[in-house]
Design a protein around this ligand. Sequence first.
Ligand code: SF4
Ligand code: FES
Length: 402
Amino acid sequence: MEKVGSAPNSIASAGNIAPSKMNGPLWVNAEITYKCPLHCVFCYNPIDYTQYGPELTTEDWLRALRQARELGAVQLGISGGEPLMRDDVEIMVAESSKLGYYVNLITSGIGLTEKRIAAFKEGGLGQIQLSFQDSTRELNDFLSSTKTFELKSKVAKLIKQYEYPMVLNVVLHRMNIDHIEQILAMAEAMGAEHVELANTQYYAWAMVNRDQLLPSREQLARAEEITNQFRARVGNRTKVYFVVPDYYADRPKRCMNGWGTTFLNITADGLALPCHEARMLPGLTFPNVRDHDMRWIWQDSPGFNAYRGEGWMQEPCRSCPEKEKDLGGCRCQAFMLTGDAANTDPVCDLSPLHHLVTEVVDKAQNPGNPAKVQPVVFRDDRNSRKLSGKGEAIPADVTPVA
Ligand code: SF4
Ligand code: FES
């Protein structure tokens, strides 16, 4: 699954909400299943997703969503994996809409039949975000390791037919970013009202494939320029969001608008998290919505309080005049790159460990002979088990395209 809509950078646009546990959550993301027919190389589901327990039941979901709504949550993303792998999405949509949520379905389109979309309309679904991997059948199908391009194109028509705004998401990276013109042309032809060109952020499966996915500076600059030309031509007809990859910034994003301020993610097996990736952080335990009330989870659980506000900060963040702006960046990125989640996010050029980012960026300018680059690792059960230490070494499946 892509960080669609619920991506850290999108959340930042929710505005700078004071980091108080009494506010919110405003935005809940329900990752209702880790099952997915696609195998995207940049999926942000945990690498060891095969190791987790059973999915929440419909009743568990409805109880958790009701409690979150009572706390003030107004926006609900239903995502996965592929959420349409479950047959109770219609119930969740209808019940959540009745509770007063604005409900957004985040989908690859696989499984979105006319019968289901009609039921979603009836149930009050507000928005459908459809993902494509590329504007070409070849690369779309390669990156997802499925033959789904035609099906997605049909689903795009269905979304329009049912008078939903077309919200198209394409995750950008080294392999598809040079198709930016064609991707924008595809969006225009589909009548997209919103296009999210989300450069890959390097978590989970994307981190495994980082060397193959990080674009060069030149690729990025060209893509941004073409996007700006497109914006100037189409005006308000199509709103285009272009999310720059963290690695090319010199200040970090205010991840999730601040830990425990705005966003609450519930995983397929019921863990409540302050962001999509936090379950990998060592030394923290997160509550399960099966066992705890949402108010306690949000306000009092140790996991949600671990990085709230500024008290946890070390130098240079602690004495930095910009700390209120970005709250030290992303805890998960700090952990992945430096081994300590309380460090400054090394995307920041004030971090003494900023070189951990610039070295990767430098390498991306000249990645070498494509034939010698490591093969990409697809997100599937077999690779998940292997990366979790529950199987053999990962085989060299496929050589990436140049
Ligand atoms: Fe933000 Fe910390 Fe960098 Fe200051 S030192 S800009 S608070 S990440
Ligand atoms: Fe940024 Fe976890 S993904 S804090």
